[in-house]
Design a binder for this molecule. Structure first.
Ligand SMILES: [Zn+2]
Length: 315
């Protein structure tokens, strides 16, 4: 995509000028994504490729940084217009030190100093954040949650991730690994959760795969899986809105967008009926960014981090 007029507003290097763009990078278990994101959260370029996690972190990160360079080139932007880089990845990770600890979706990527490697490769300040927390930041800054002060983001893909905004700020927990909403228990004697090993987590019942059976409506097995999935999602979401009393809940993940009202209709109605008092008033909506949410979220984190570090003004 060509960015019309990009050259007219090149940051002149004056102190405090917000960068025109930040680069968002997203490291998923199956896909790497990169996008150049402007000050309004608009994605000016978006490129994807397979993660191939089994090739190991050195090769994987080399390809991630190359994808980032491609995203800048495809937007028709110059590197002098890019102020920072944000990287979103599944946890556990240490966002303060910029290190991936042992993400289960990236076997063998243990204690990887992603931020240091990225800063060396790309020559810009880099921020690392849990991908679902980053997505929550993106929705809150630019998307479905703009203007809200209390918001919950839940992403449903291979696993279930969450991000929480309380009083207008991201809630990260004491070391940045809080907000694991996929591991809210919906049946304490239920299925074993592959993500954490406990029983009955929301993630053990609700996944992109279980939602995708909606496509096979009419098949009795598919119908049963669909109903069990909706039950678990309603149970988990009701606990979540009772805990946080958010103004809205944003649901992300490709399949959520694909199932639309077939999923949201019954979920909204039942959460409203089952939640306690005003907690049931939470609006339940779909992500504003679809498959771009990872790079928009990473970009939002990069801007937030850069602003709080005093390196740049608020974008
Ligand atoms: Zn779990």
């Amino acid at each position: 995509m060509t960015t019309v007029g990009a050259r007219d507003a090149v940051v002149d290097g004056s102190l405090g000028a917000p960068p025109r763009y930040v680069l968002g990078l997203d490291v998923g278990g199956t896909k790497l994504a990169a996008g150049l994101v402007d000050e309004a959260g608009v994605v000016r370029s978006f490129v994807l490729e397979a993660t191939r996690a089994e090739e190991g972190p050195d090769r994987g990160l080399e390809r991630l940084f190359e994808l980032g360079r491609r995203a800048v080139a495809e937007a028709g932007a110059g590197w002098e217009e890019v102020g920072a880089v944000g990287i979103g990845c599944g946890g556990p990770l240490d966002s303060a030190r910029g290190v991936l600890l042992a993400p289960p979706h990236l076997p063998g990527w243990t204690d990887v100093a992603v931020v240091e490697l990225a800063e060396h490769a790309l020559g810009l300040p880099v921020a690392l954040e849990n991908d679902a927390t980053a997505a929550a930041a993106g929705e809150h800054r630019y998307g479905a949650g703009a203007g809200s002060s209390h918001m919950v983001y839940l992403t449903i893909s291979t696993g279930v991730g969450g991000g929480i905004v309380v009083d207008g700020r991201l809630y990260r927990g004491s070391t940045g690994n809080g907000g694991e909403l996929g591991h809210v228990t919906v049946d304490c004697r239920g299925r074993v959760c592959r993500g954490c090993g406990r029983k009955g987590c929301l993630e053990a019942y609700v996944s992109g795969t279980s939602l995708a059976v909606a496509a096979a409506a009419g098949d009795p097995v598919a119908t049963e899986v669909w109903e069990a999935t909706v039950d678990a999602l309603v149970c988990g979401l009701t606990s979540i809105v009772n805990l946080f009393e958010p103004q809205l809940v944003v649901l992300g993940g490709g399949v959520v967008g694909g199932t639309g009202e077939q999923l949201l209709g019954p979920v909204r109605e039942r959460v409203r009926a089952e939640a306690m008092g005003s907690a049931g008033e939470a609006k339940i909506v779909v992500s504003a960014f679809g498959q771009h949410v990872g790079v928009v979220g990473a970009a939002a984190i990069a801007r937030e981090r850069a602003a709080s570090a005093g390196a740049v003004a608020h974008g």
